[in-house]
Design a protein around this ligand. Structure first.
Ligand SMILES: CC(C)(COP(=O)(O)OP(=O)(O)OC[C@H]1O[C@@H](n2cnc3c(N)ncnc32)[C@H](O)[C@@H]1OP(=O)(O)O)[C@@H](O)C(=O)NCCC(=O)NCCS
Length: 253
């Protein structure tokens, strides 16, 4: 594609996807326009194994635009990076046609994989501001990744994913039930431990009281118990049971 048709194409892409643009000339001011133009050249250099030159171009563009596209990445037609700052596209990323990325997006690796380490974005995917997609899996056609999400596994086509870690909340036109989506009322492990300790404490206290009553019952009325005189009013459950049985047998007689 010649430079004129490339610019015409970019004007169309940006006008379609950014309502803020007022004139065709403004396209030249977009970091997306500048960086993708340089990426196309750097990618050709990369394919011809001029790795240093390719990286040099991409790093120069990154300093100017805040968008770092590794020249090894494979990018289809109609990519639009809105605003641009802080966007990273890793070496083995594959991007389909008509993909939109917002500021702060990372298409990166986890550091655990070799070879293909970065994601594949199919056609018409939208990745919202600040989202991170980490790993060598695929985001299906027409899927949307919500702002601030961290996506760590494959996303089927036509889905919306939000949250950390990213979960599918919409599939096609259907909302996915949010059984496990509560990100505000998080479990509090310390509070749970305290509650368990409180319950144990109550159980032990009751057992101790019962043992104390049992010992009182076994002592003669005038005997001292733990510094107090024996109290026969408070009887242990064993003695109460025994007394009840005795009363019943008396009634029968
Ligand atoms: C994800 C997004 C694209 C909406 O997609 P959608 O398919 O229309 O999804 P919905 O708006 O129906 O949201 C589905 C659910 O996810 C929740 N949700 C949406 N975006 C979310 C986000 N970024 N983080 C957490 N939850 C989010 C919604 O509250 C809704 O929850 P509910 O089912 O309890 O009501 C949008 O919310 C988003 O993140 N846009 C950001 C765009 C952007 O980056 N703009 C920057 C311009 S500078």
């Amino acid at each position: 594609m010649g430079i004129i048709s490339y610019i015409k194409n970019e004007i169309q892409v940006i006008r379609e996807r950014d309502p803020a643009i007022k004139s065709n000339m403004e396209v030249l001011l977009y970091p997306s326009f500048k960086v993708i133009l340089r990426y196309r050249v750097a990618h050709k250099l990369y394919l011809k194994k001029h790795y240093f030159l390719a990286r040099w171009m991409s790093q120069k563009a990154a300093r100017k635009t805040g968008i770092e596209i590794h020249p090894g990445a494979t990018i289809g037609k109609g990519l639009f990076i809105d605003h641009g700052s802080g966007v990273i596209i890793g070496e083995t990323t594959i991007i389909g046609d008509n993909v939109t990325l917002y500021q702060g997006v990372t298409l990166g690796g986890t550091g655990k994989e070799q070879g293909k380490r970065h994601p594949t974005l199919k056609d018409n995917v939208m990745v919202s501001a600040g989202a991170k997609i980490l790993g060598s899996f695929t985001i299906g056609e027409n899927s949307k990744i919500g702002a601030g999400s961290v996506v760590l596994e494959e996303v089927p086509p036509n889905c919306t994913v939000v949250g950390v870690p990213g979960r599918v909340v919409r599939m096609g036109d259907q909302k996915v039930p949010r059984t496990d989506m509560d990100q505000i009322h998080l479990p509090d492990p310390v509070l749970n431990d305290i509650r368990e300790l409180q319950n144990d404490n109550i159980r032990l206290y009751k057992q101790l009281k019962e043992m104390e009553r049992h010992m009182r019952c076994m002592l003669p009325d005038d005997a001292e118990f733990a510094g107090n005189s024996g109290n026969t009013e408070e009887q242990c459950s064993g003695c109460i049971e025994k007394e009840k049985k005795e009363e019943k047998s008396d009634e029968i007689i």
